[in-house]
Design a protein around this ligand. Structure first.
Ligand code: DGY
Length: 419
């Protein structure tokens, strides 16, 4: 185990700064140059934490650039196509959106309020405009992504969860008709080995959902009522619940009335219980089209404490112990004892630094320091061993996915190696 000031840690710190610099496009940061050559929503927001260690102006800029792409509906897109790049598919022509700047038609986990709170605590610079932008985005999640008004946030595309090919989506995705999808060329496989990426049949259905949204002109009501994929996600729901609490804090810090935010918090607190799957003994996604829970937990199940939900804490503590016995590094993205666990395939097993960061914060806040420390140490060991990789194999600790990844670098600087 290396210490905070060891030569290896110093080397990783230099590398992390280099990665942020290389991926910096002036007003936003790309996740990694060729695989993901635009601004990605939650990547960018986590990256602001890294910039805050180096240049506070640049950190705020990262976030305000993202909100420059907010739609009139309040939606903040998951990809903003600020430039024209041929190394990525599907580009703006496939999404068929009209809002300027061009973007995708779905969103991504709303971590902005929480990160803005972190920045605001370093030095208060929050503008009313940004506050209102985040507030409108949160409201959008409650209306557009809770069409049945049950107090749970759903995703209408696996990419909207940010956890693209999680086994949770297999069953709901199996009903998506992809027969109209013609020939296309994936670009991700030019850069990353196919054993680490989603399968072709998953891509076909990802594209079928994009086609469905484009044909509906990305109308939230049509999508909420008829999209073939509508799954309540413990990841997005937990992240939004946490973000709502942080938005209320931000509002109070600048003297605004936050009663409407408190009402939204209560809605999610009441809805959250529906994610508990007694058979699996953990929080699971809930397919709203079939009414069925997924049959196993994911790393997002452990975000309950981060969301401020402390029911079932002992069960989650116990569950994480079982996961820890089944792998060498925490926290795998999917239950390592399940038959669908794959330690190298994108979201079916690998460990992600930013998920670990959120889980560790939650556990620390509810007094489970043991897990918070262990998860941070695992992240440290992984990055020390494998560098600024997109994600990591929980069995071998090896690098998985893209390299030179901005959010891994940002979390090394702002959390993993911060004294
Ligand atoms: C991709 O293209 O793999 C992305 O994860 C979509 O956000």
């Amino acid at each position: 185990m290396s210490s905070l000031s060891s030569p290896t840690a110093a080397k990783r710190t230099a590398e992390a700064k280099q990665v942020l610099g290389d991926n910096d496009r002036g007003t936003y940061t790309v996740p990694t140059a060729r695989l993901y050559p635009f601004q990605w929503n939650w990547d960018s927001v986590f990256v602001a934490l890294g910039w805050a260690e180096l240049d506070l102006d640049r950190a705020w800029k990262e976030i305000t650039t993202l909100f420059d792409a907010q739609w009139p509906s309040g939606m903040v897109p998951h990809i903003v196509f600020w430039t024209d790049q041929s190394t990525y598919f599907p580009g703006p022509d496939v999404w068929g959106t009209t809002n300027q700047p061009l973007s995708s038609g779905i969103s991504q986990p709303p971590v902005a309020a929480t990160v803005v709170r972190n920045l605001q605590e370093v030095e208060p610079r929050l503008t009313i405009n940004l506050f209102k932008g985040i507030d409108r985005w949160h409201q959008w999640w409650h209306t557009a992504r809770d069409p049945k008004n049950i107090g749970l946030i759903s995703v209408v595309h696996p990419w909207e969860s940010g956890r693209d090919n999680l086994p949770d989506w297999d069953r709901p995705m199996s009903t998506v008709d992809s027969s109209s999808i013609g020939a296309y060329q994936r670009r991700d496989l030019d850069m990353v080995d196919q054993t680490m990426r989603p399968h072709r049949h998953e891509y076909d259905r990802y594209l079928a959902l994009v086609e469905f949204g484009a044909e509906a002109n990305w109308d939230d009501q049509v999508i909420g009522a008829t999209n073939p994929f509508l799954v309540a996600d413990p990841g997005v729901t937990s992240i939004l619940l946490r973000a709502e609490r942080d938005l209320a804090w931000l509002g109070r810090s600048i003297g605004l009335d936050t009663a409407h935010i408190e009402r939204r918090i209560e809605r999610l607190e009441n809805g959250f219980v529906q994610l508990w799957n007694p058979e699996a003994g953990t929080y699971c996604s809930l397919d709203l089209r079939s009414g069925r829970h997924a049959d196993a937990g994911t790393s997002a199940s452990f975000l309950a404490a981060y969301a401020g939900v402390t029911t079932h804490l002992d069960q989650l503590d116990h569950e994480l112990g079982l996961w820890a016995s089944a792998c060498n590094f925490l926290v795998p993205s999917f239950d390592p004892r399940h038959r669908h666990f794959e330690p190298k395939r994108y979201w079916r097993g690998p460990v992600w630094a930013m998920i670990n960061y959120m889980i560790a914060i939650g556990f620390a806040e509810v007094g489970r320091e043991k897990w918070a420390g262990r998860i941070r140490q695992s992240t440290r060991d992984l990055i020390t061993q494998s560098g600024m990789s997109e994600s990591f194999d929980p069995i071998t600790g090896g690098p998985v996915g893209g390299s030179n990844f901005a959010w891994t670098a940002a979390l090394w600087l702002s959390w993993v190696n911060k004294d």
